[in-house]
Design a protein around this ligand. Structure first.
Ligand code: PMP
Length: 427
């Protein structure tokens, strides 16, 4: 049993000593002390089904024994920086990771987070092209350092500091966007930005295949191929931010961009890559990678032995336990069940996503799509009390985000749907 400080004590210390901007879900935040695969346990030993942590920390399951063993064994042997000396862990992991990519995407740079990965990707695109202008998609999230905050396009994640060189294109949002699911019409906005907002040459384009923080929004079909073609005509590089949608989560493919039939020039990743260990990566072509040899470039801890051992173990688990297939099977099953809830509950405006990256958007009026923000918060709190943890997001904060560890099974899916059904019936 847990014998550490109480929830109240932790809250007090947090208020006194930690970042005052940090937020937590729920009126009475949970004090989590243990995790096992898709389950989390609080200080009282109460079990919760985790239908959100899959992205925030874990792809293959909380404290997956194979990943834990890899971390422990490498920690006992050696932990060090990635520069100056050789170590097998980083080389083996880089090879295994590169094997997951199509074409010439074969050079890996490791970082400690998604923000760092996107900062590096944006810098490489700018160096490679000699241009500064970048285009990103409205409602996207790419990180919280100066470059990535510039590429992020949601006011709730921006500070009013200098953010140069990024133009934000129309979001090809199939639910609220002005052109519905017509990806080609949204792509024209990128052409117009290039024509009217730049010299005609750009550094690149960055987008998530499915906007995560933005509310699990899949880019409209036909959008990415058209945009990639326009960007390349303008001399730019195409960056795919796979921080949330990568590592088998979408089920039908290993990477989110693959569903759009495109091959990016640079791919960034983090979160699920290390099952909760601080790790990120940028993968690109040898030609683009060369720009960083113009001077010295290094990252002291990016891809250190312990993190690399964890990353390699994650790839092994995804393969051995067939987690991509599971994401497809259980994810499709869950999406069907959630879609049938829509017939029952007027408050559900939209059910969307693919694999284990799903969303349920709550609205007060299906025609007007008025966000049901307070109801979303209230329902989440009630579901927590019934032992189910899901996420929240979207620009208006009215979207349930469902991104469980990839070991989520059909019984878990049924439990989730029953709890959501019951909670929405009570509203
Ligand atoms: N890109 C995407 C798509 C993200 O969702 C996030 C984090 N929410 C980031 C980048 C930034 O990652 P990190 O928080 O690890 O810096």
């Amino acid at each position: 049993p847990y014998t550490g400080p109480s929830t109240e004590e932790i809250l007090m210390k947090r208020q006194q000593f930690l970042n005052p901007a940090v937020f937590h879900f729920f009126d009475k935040p949970l004090n989590l002390v243990d995790g096992k695969m898709q389950y989390l346990y609080d200080d009282k030993g109460r079990r919760y089904l985790d239908a959100f942590g899959g992205i925030a920390t874990v792809g293959c399951g909380h404290c997956h024994p194979h990943v834990v063993d890899a971390i422990v064994n490498q920690s006992k042997r050696l932990q060090h920086s990635t520069i100056l000396y050789l170590n097998h862990a980083i080389a083996q992991f880089a090879e295994a990771l590169a094997s997951k990519f199509p074409g010439d995407l074969k050079v890996v740079f490791f970082t400690n987070s998604g923000t760092e990965a996107n900062e590096l990707a944006l810098m490489m695109a700018r160096l490679y092209t000699g241009c500064n202008d970048v285009i990103s998609v409205r409602n996207g999230y790419h990180g919280n350092a100066p470059g990535t905050m510039g590429a992020t396009a949601q006011s709730s994640y921006k500070f009013n500091v200098v953010q140069t060189g990024v133009h934000h294109a129309q979001n090809p949002d199939q639910y609220r966007g002005i052109f519905g699911s017509d990806g080609l019409k949204y792509a024209r906005d990128v052409d117009e930005i290039i024509t009217y907002g730049t010299s005609g040459r750009v550094a690149g384009f960055i987008a998530e295949a499915i906007q995560g923080v933005g509310g699990i929004l899949e880019l409209a079909p036909a959008y990415l191929p058209a945009v990639y073609s326009s960007i390349r005509k303008a001399g730019g590089l195409c960056i795919a931010d796979e921080v949330q949608s990568g590592f088998a989560r979408t089920g039908d493919h290993f990477w989110g961009f693959e569903a759009h039939g495109v091959v990016p020039d640079i791919v960034t990743m983090a979160k699920g890559i290390g099952n909760g260990i601080p790790l990120g990566a940028v993968v690109t072509t040898p030609d683009i990678a060369k720009v960083l040899t113009a001077t010295n470039y290094f990252n002291t801890f990016g891809g250190n032995p312990v993190c690399s051992a964890a990353g390699l173990a994650v790839l092994q688990v995804i393969e051995k336990e067939n987690l991509q297939q599971n994401a497809l099977d259980v994810g499709s099953y869950l999406k069907n069940q959630l879609t049938s809830l829509k017939d029952k509950h007027e408050i559900i405006g939209d059910v969307r996503g693919r694999g284990m990256m799903l969303a349920v958007e709550l609205v007060k009026d299906r025609e007007l799509k008025t966000p049901a923000k307070a109801e979303t918060f209230q329902a989440m709190d009630q579901m927590k009390d019934m032992g189910l943890l899901i996420g929240k997001g979207g620009f208006f904060g009215n979207v349930f985000r469902i991104t469980p560890p990839l070991c989520f099974n059909k019984e878990d899916a049924d439990f989730l749907v029953d709890v959501m059904d019951y909670t929405l019936s009570k509203m």
